[in-house]
Write a protein that binds this ligand. Sequence first.
Ligand SMILES: Nc1ncnc2c1ncn2[C@@H]1O[C@H](COP(=O)(O)OP(=O)(O)OP(=O)(O)O)[C@@H](O)[C@H]1O
Ligand SMILES: [Mg+2]
Length: 225
Amino acid sequence: MELRDVSRTYAVDGRRIEAVRNVTASFAAGSFTAVVGRSGCGKSTLLNLAGAMDRPTRGEVRLLGKPTTALCDPALTQLRRRRVGFVFQFFNLLPTLTVFENVELPLLLDGQRDRAWQVREMLVQVDVWGRAGDYPHQLSGGEMQRVAIARALVQQPAILIADEPTGNLDSANAQTILKLLARAAGAMGAAVIMATHSREAAAFADRVLGMRDGEIVEGSNGPTV
Ligand SMILES: Nc1ncnc2c1ncn2[C@@H]1O[C@H](COP(=O)(O)OP(=O)(O)OP(=O)(O)O)[C@@H](O)[C@H]1O
Ligand SMILES: [Mg+2]
């Protein structure tokens, strides 16, 4: 995953906000990168660009060698559905689906058969297989986030985007989640990109990028070796 001189501008009430400014960075398979910086510095905007949720105003985003700007919306959606996993601060599980069904959903949307064993495997990996038939509201925050990670990883994505994944968890649950993210990079070979306010959380990553006013001001922002 590569960003080349990427900017993302929002127009708000006739003003232009440059949420991300001239960022060049690459995220290799198997790497775990933390993006840190104050509220409003552009972390989520950067992650949305990296996860092909959004298109840059300027510059180029390449996902698995393909420039996302060159893809039409349906192609971009398909690429994202198959190759990118997302984890959020508020878990974003679907409340009317069971734990099992939440994790099954990405496979279902992708038209895959033989889903059950993949779902089971993921739920076992994050240690919530025992809750497969329960609904999200019956789970603790830590358990919900583990389910969200299972859902994000069930397609074996090339890229895992985690926006403040530990923002709502106590430190024991946060550690469990951070270890799962590190394992997604180490064992599954995903490029994991995590935004966080917490330096402790960032310490789990193998690289830290500091942002200020839309720019990367700390850490390597060139190609990773
Ligand atoms: N959809 C949008 N429309 C207009 N402005 C936006 C939009 N999304 C973000 N911004 C602005 O872009 C800037 C960067 O926002 P962003 O959400 O990326 O920051 P952040 O670092 O993730 O902050 P936080 O730590 O609070 O989550 C902010 O000034 C924000 O107000
Ligand atoms: Mg944010």
